[in-house]
Every structure is written in C-alpha cells, then in structure tokens.
Design a protein around this ligand. Sequence first.
Ligand code: MLT
Length: 270
Amino acid sequence: MPRLRIDSEEVTLNYRDEGSGREAVVLLHGFPFTSDLWDAQIAALSDRYRTITPDLRGFGLSDLSPRGYSIARLADDVEELLLALDIDRAVVVGLSMGGYVAFEFYRRHPNRVSALVLADTRPDSDTDEVRANRVATAERVRREGSRSLVDELVPKLLAPRTRTHQPQVESALRRMMESTHPDAIVAALSAMADRDDSRPLLANISVPVLAIAGAEDGLTPPDEMREWARSIPGAKIACIERAGHVSNLENPSVFNALVGDFLANMESAS
Ligand code: MLT
C-alpha cells in the first residue's frame, strides 16, 4: 500500500490510489473511521477516475503525531498528498469530519479544488454544548479506551433499518472504530471542537458542489443541510432514503449514482 512521508513532521500517512482518468477524486473519511469507509466508492469510481483515499492522520495505518493536530493540519496533509502525487486539482469528497476537512481545504487551497461533494456534514463550528460533550467523551476514551465510544455512537450513526437489515454495515463500522487508537480519537475530538466556522465561506464557493444527506441522519439532518447548501451558488442538493449519517455505506448504490452523475455533468460542462 502506498505511503506518504511528511518529513518535516516525521509522520507517515497511508493512502490508496486507484484507477485513472481526467479527474482525480479524493475521498476524506469521517470520525472515527478509516479509508475503508470508501470501499464501495472506489469500486464504483475508479474505472473512470483516479480515486485517492487517505487514512487521515492518526486513523487507519497513518501515524498520529498529536502535536499540532487540527482540521487545518489535516487539510494541509491533503495538499501535501496532492503535491506528492503530482495532481494540480481534484474533486474533494468529504463525509462528516471529512467534510470539515474539505471546507478547510477549500479555504486554504481553493485553486486545488475542481468540485466539492459534502456528505452528512455541516459548515458551522461547534456550539458550546457540543464542545463540552467532546471534552467529556475524550476524558472517557482516555480512561476506558476506544470501545467506550463505539456502543454510544453506532445507534446515532446508522438508520434503524440499516441496523436491522444490513448487519454487515454495522460490523464494518465497528471494526473501523475499534481499530482507532484512543489518542487519535482524543486528538480529533479536540480538533473538531476548535474548527473554524465555514459558513462565511459558503457564498464564495465558486466550484460545482453536491451536498448530500441521509434522510434519517440525526447528527447532520437533511433540513439543516438544505438550509446551508442553499447559500452555495448553484449547489446541487440530494437526500438519500434508507440512510443515516453514513449514507455512502448505508445506501452505496444511490450515493455512487449521485456522485457519478455529478462528476459526469461536471466533465461534460468543462
Ligand atoms: C463524523 O461522522 O465524522 C462525526 O459525526 C463528526 C462530528 O463528531 O462532528
């Protein structure tokens, strides 16, 4: 598996780089998952696009280096990855925390983005209540380990129907979450709590955008998504039935069709 070494930081990041095509697509996973989240999207997209799926710092097989861990640092890791792979511009797809990184990546490196897909995410920074919950969760994970987060989070992540009809989806999520080191969970919770508000950015986004929400996503509900996505000029908005917060995993055929059509339209317009 390819690895990128960021020498200035003494960190090695893991990523997959599959397929080829005129466009490169970089998919950024949510918290606390790994690049395995995107297996179904790699299968669907890599016959037409160069499809790159990093393990964000601290997740999967990527090193942690908790010093200076921030959403901005994760966005700059994506920039270093594109530089190393000699990719000028890419379609950036981010789910939830991956969406926070995608917003930040656009803010810092707008010329490197040819389009954005923002799934089950939000542009707002945390409220004080959410921040306080993150501190309490971090303390618990430090004390009791990653597993203590899993049972609490899984019911919030998945639509009830996913849990009853697709037990393999829940097992895959649990595997990713349980494999994540507590230090990475703690670092990412603090990074998310400190992230900037991306709402002022929305009206200035000048690349094609597709915003997606699972119809049963209780963490980033579709009504909220419609509200913020309307502030992005020309954004396409889609809601995926039979899906909660992890819509790409819960209903991959619809997710892949939406992203595939969006990319095909974008290519034919350019
Ligand atoms: C995620 O799925 O990445 C998380 O729900 C993001 C968050 O905790 O804000």
